[in-house]
Design a protein around this ligand. Sequence first.
Ligand SMILES: [Zn+2]
Length: 268
Amino acid sequence: MPYIDPHIHMVSRTTDDYARMAQAGCVAITEPAFWAGYDRSSPKGFYDYFRQLTEYEPARAAQFNIKHHCWLCINPKEAEDPGFAREVMTLIPEFLDRPNVLGIGEIGLNKNSRNELAIFEEHLGLAQQLDQLILIHTPHLEDKLKGTKLIIDAIKRNPKLDPGRILIDHVEEHTAKLVLDNGFWAGMTLYPDTKCTPQRAADIIEMYGTERLWINSAGDWGISDPLSVPKCRVEMKRRGHTEETIETISYRNPLTFLSQSSKFSTHG
Ligand SMILES: [Zn+2]
């Protein structure tokens, strides 16, 4: 059964990971722009990163018949310096027409600071103006619920934004319902041991169903697992979920949301 991993940072993964993902059934991925593990020293660093996401990664993925797509932004962690963030944002429009760019992401909040919120709202404005899909990062651990509420309030201040074109990621037991009840799509990020494990994701699916919900690995340079989507499928199967439910969460739902961009595709 094919699957889509709609949130994975392949620039920090090896080519072997692409090979293993393809063997496990991965046909397409989407890669949000993200913190590199260190702060970039100039906006030019982002220019190179956006080229990496739109030129080199699609070619690397294509060797394994995986369609690579990406999202562009300055991540919340580096948005703490608004002047720097705005300079990076001026680079984004020229990349949005590239064939694998789906929209703006992953924007959002990290520490729920005032500067992060200001830059988040400016990204929302840019996405709305240019009619782009949006992928949103929510803070981890004790900041998550507050951050999710701040994010939803900020989106509501811009009534032209359509919740059906926005995915709020890293939801957990205490935020999934809030996101879904407000009409957004919700993503569950699977981590090997901490945060949302494949087992907890299966619990959340059992609590809230599969409508507008997807799973992803968010694999990056930290402790993470690029095969966590297929591992969650195994866990769901073990619990007796139907093939249809498993396909909905790991393939159909990402396909439906992402296909709102005509640039999304699962085959080459
Ligand atoms: Zn991410």
